[in-house]
Ligand binder design. Structure first.
Ligand code: CA
Length: 464
């Protein structure tokens, strides 16, 4: 049970053009505190995140969420219908904000006080897009693991599949048990860079693992060691991806979470989001095959940036001028979207706006959340910053312990968070007994274990 309070639930279809529209839900709680919240989507969906709407409503926000312009997780609704793609790229969120605020004001008979965004993955992209293109929609934006530079991300994803190969029966295919061994070796080399051997990398950007210890020799385990050809492939997969003319397409996947990345990208299957985007948006060819993907093709499509889907405009000055605030966060154990790309975006804003990180702190802060996988959970670390409903103890719903309430405090009281405290519940990842807590640092600072005390104790860590 996510939400047990009284609320009014309104569902509607809103046309965005004659050939497109969004399904929108507004959940309006009885215990409303005056604030408006919109929540995002994931992947290529297409699905209302009821769980997130309920979570917002449970915290007293009038909360809306939409299906982002189409139903389902496939890209087929984009086929020969650019208006549906526009909804997906930006219009569904803006429409949800405009309509949702009107509904809120009418229903309660008074105007909302402040408006907020909470989303992760595609929802993170949507939040940043909103700041870039519709700076008046939200006063505070919490954007997690943003799927920005979307075509580049998809291109990187497809390239991982090509490097891994789509036939998992060949002798050169790298198996899951080999990836388990690779991840163990990465952690062996890098876990202690932050001072604590806890299976987590506080700053994966510092880790450049060497593959050579995994090469097969006379004494190694044949099912987990790597042939020379496999080691070459792994080295390529571990590298930033560049186009043929040496332009960075997308940074490497952060190290330390190789098995999750294997499951998503390297298991011999074709990554659907990339294939669907190229089939139904770029080429209008339902038979286009990901196996034919080339680096120049990726670069051409990055340059085209159809419908502004990249959502990585580094000029946030219009949003800054509204006095809006952004908290960007990204799991350091995210095996789906590399947090190194969020660093790239942050640094691009630094460069574009000619502001130092301490100056950017006035409206844009970025936190790396160790132990968080893709938007939640992960390998047992302090991932729970309450960006989603987790069933955590209710007394943790304070600005010090809850990212959304931290955002409210920043926007409304001018008190910005310097850290975000995350909690972990052990390997089951089920909210319950807290087994680890950590105060996650604001980029570019990183966490190091300094003691005294156990590394599960938040006081034993320091941002440097
Ligand atoms: Ca560590």
């Amino acid at each position: 049970m996510v939400y047990g309070g009284d609320l009014c639930r309104i569902a509607m279809f809103v046309n965005t053009t004659t050939v497109s529209g969004i399904t929108l839900e507004a959940w309006l709680p009885l215990n409303w505190h005056g604030r408006f919240l919109a929540v995002g989507n994931g992947g290529l969906s297409g699905c209302i995140y009821y769980e997130d709407i309920a979570y917002g409503a449970s915290l007293g926000f009038a909360t809306v969420g939409s299906n982002n312009g189409h139903n389902g997780t496939s890209g087929k609704p984009f086929y020969k219908n650019p208006e549906v793609v526009k909804d997906f790229a930006y219009r569904a969120v803006h429409t949800s904000a405009v309509i949702g605020k009107q509904i809120t004001n009418i229903f309660y008979g008074q105007n909302y006080t402040y408006s907020y965004w909470l989303g992760c993955s595609t929802g993170g992209r949507q939040g940043l897009k909103s700041a870039q293109a519709f700076p008046d929609d939200f006063n505070g934006i919490a954007a997690g693991a943003p799927a920005i530079d979307q075509v580049a991300l998809h291109g990187w994803s497809g390239w991982q599949g090509i490097l891994a190969g789509f036939d998992n029966t060949t002798s050169s295919f790298i198996t899951r048990s080999q990836w388990v061994s690779i991840q163990q070796e990465v952690l062996r080399q890098c876990d202690k860079l932050d001072g604590a051997e806890d299976g987590l990398l506080e700053d994966p950007s510092l880790c450049y693992p060497k593959i050579s210890p995994l090469l097969c020799n006379q004494t190694s385990n044949a099912s987990t060691c790597l042939t020379g050809e496999q080691a070459t492939r792994v080295t390529k997969m571990f590298s930033d991806l560049y186009s043929d003319n040496d332009t960075l397409i997308y940074p490497r996947m952060q190290p330390g979470i190789e098995v999750d990345s294997f499951n998503v990208y390297r298991a011999g299957t074709k990554f659907q989001y990339l294939e669907d985007w190229f089939r139904y948006v770029v080429y209008n060819d339902p038979n286009w095959d990901l196996a034919t993907l080339s680096l120049s093709e990726i670069q051409e499509n990055i340059n085209a940036d159809l419908y502004g889907i990249a959502s990585s405009d580094a000029d946030l000055s219009s949003f800054q001028a509204t006095d809006g605030k952004i908290i960007m966060f990204h799991g350091s154990s995210d095996g789906v979207i590399s947090s190194l790309n969020s660093i790239r975006y942050y640094e691009s804003v630094v460069a574009n706006m000619s502001m130092s990180p301490s100056e950017l702190d006035s409206f844009f802060r970025f936190f790396r959340i160790s132990g968080m996988g893709h938007c939640r959970r992960g390998p047992g670390g302090p991932w729970d910053v309450a960006n989603k409903y987790t069933g955590r103890p209710i007394d943790l719903n304070t600005p010090e312990n809850n990212i959304l309430l931290a955002m409210v405090k920043w926007v409304e009281d001018g008190q910005a968070p310097d850290t975000l405290t995350g909690y972990g519940y052990g390997s089951s990842n089920t909210a319950g007994k807290i087994q680890v807590a950590r105060m996650h640092c604001k980029y570019p600072a990183r966490n190091i274990y300094v003691g005294p005390g156990n590394n599960t104790d938040k006081a034993a860590w320091k941002c440097v």
